[in-house]
Design a protein around this ligand. Structure first.
Ligand SMILES: Cc1cc2nc3c(=O)[nH]c(=O)nc-3n(C[C@H](O)[C@H](O)[C@H](O)COP(=O)(O)O)c2cc1C
Length: 386
């Protein structure tokens, strides 16, 4: 994979804290600790999360790469201490009955453990707080280029939002911004107020039953110019990089770009986005390129803003599916790695539904990929000299 902007995270769910390092950010990007705090809070505060999200306030300290409110071009380091580290009595309790759907069993088999605790601690999506922290800086870089990334939840546990048609959600900026604003006001990040109530009720019912729920969300990146990514090699394709990044989020099981799976049922004449070249503006300089992107109009955006692995100037549109949380209070059947006896899976404090939080994490990883593609194309040690 091409990488100008790289990031690494380290840390366990109930360890002393998370460490995030972002390398490759140009100098001169204005950043604010209050904004970073708000981004972390967007990930954390979502109805359906467990008691942990109320305990962790996502405190952090930026220890490198920022001077007087601006990035310096040096690696940015953020440390997020785990408040729960000292409280949580279970942190040393072994996990010997792997939870189906969690990393417990494959992780134990891979690393030769009979106690899955070290696997569970790192597989925990607490790590996604570190990704959101890195992405905050990428988002601020993208702000400079007029790119805005938003998301909303479309369904949880079968309770689906009634939304404007997909054609509008994929292409119309006013619709996208209206949905994004409504999602910010919903406890479950769903822009349909009625569906939000049904989702809250479904989460309550799942919690009462000792069960969990999954769902779907959409992410849109507005203002992305043409020519990011490339068709020339598989690992330069922007669609592949975005899909991998979103799929890397714990519990995401499917990613669609643009019309996604729906295109499989369409005729070619219905699946693609026809183009029209509008006449030049009177004030356009003589000899302006015939394919000046400002003159190209598309009636639809079924491609989701990417053709041949390259952004085409239309909004980038992704949809993803999140599976239900694997830790159940009424556990599924499993077996004990130490005794060899069948028994119910390990049970501990857990979220019931994470779809809204996963959507915020998806915005974050999409920002990191798009910022990386920008930097590949523009280079630049500083935003002031491109
Ligand atoms: C924001 C967020 C919070 C999560 N919280 C929990 C949780 O409390 N309990 C749990 O069992 N899984 C939780 N998950 C899901 C697991 O981390 C995930 O299912 C596990 O790492 C296995 O990875 P996989 O589902 O991608 O195969 C959460 C996921 C996200 C995105």
């Amino acid at each position: 994979m091409v990488r100008v902007l790289r990031f690494l995270t380290a840390g366990e769910s109930h360890g002393p804290g998370l460490t995030a390092i972002l390398e490759g950010m140009p100098a001169g990007v204005n950043v604010s600790l209050d904004e970073l705090r708000r981004e972390l809070e967007r990930r954390r505060r979502c109805y359906g999360r467990g008691p942990r999200s109320a305990i962790e306030e996502d405190e952090f300290v930026v220890t490198a790469g920022v001077y007087k409110g601006r990035t310096t071009g040096a690696p940015i380091a953020v440390f997020l201490p785990n408040k729960d580290h000292v409280n949580w009595a279970n942190r040393d309790v072994p996990i010997t009955a792997p939870r189906p759907g969690h990393a417990d069993l494959p992780g134990a088999l891979k690393y030769g453990f009979t106690d899955c605790r070290p696997v569970a601690e790192r597989a925990s999506a607490r790590e996604t707080a570190a990704r959101v922290a890195c992405a905050y800086f990428a988002r601020k870089y993208l702000d400079v280029h007029g790119v805005r990334i938003v998301s909303w939840v479309t369904a949880v546990g079968g309770a689906a939002a009634v939304l404007p048609p997909a054609e509008l959600r994929m292409a119309d900026e006013t619709t996208v911004l209206r949905l994004a604003d409504a999602a910010e006001r919903s406890p479950v990040r769903c822009p349909d107020a009625d569906a939000s109530l049904r989702i809250v009720a479904a989460i309550d019912a799942a919690r009462a039953a000792g069960d969990s729920l999954g769902g779907t969300f959409e992410v849109v990146a507005l203002g992305v110019p043409p020519a990011l990514g490339s068709h020339v090699h598989w690992d330069r394709r922007l669609d592949a990089r975005l899909a991998a990044a979103v799929m890397s989020i714990n519990s995401v099981k499917a990613v669609e770009i643009g019309a996604g799976f729906a295109v499989a049922d369409l005729m070619g004449s219905e699946a693609h986005d026809e183009m029209v070249l509008e006449p030049p503006q009177v004030d356009e300089p003589p000899g302006a390129a015939p394919a000046d992107p400002r003159r190209i109009r598309r009636r639809s955006n079924r491609a989701g803003g990417i053709e041949g692995g390259i952004s085409n100037g239309r909004p980038i549109f992704l949809r993803a599916a999140v599976k239900p949380v694997p830790t159940l209070q009424r556990p599924l059947s499993s077996f004990d790695l130490v005794t060899g006896q069948n028994r119910p899976a390990h049970r501990e404090r857990s979220d019931v539904c994470v779809v809204g939080s996963a959507a915020v994490v998806a915005e974050a990883v999409v920002a990191l990929v798009i910022a990386d593609a920008f930097l590949e194309r523009l280079g630049g040690d500083t935003i002031h000299r491109g």
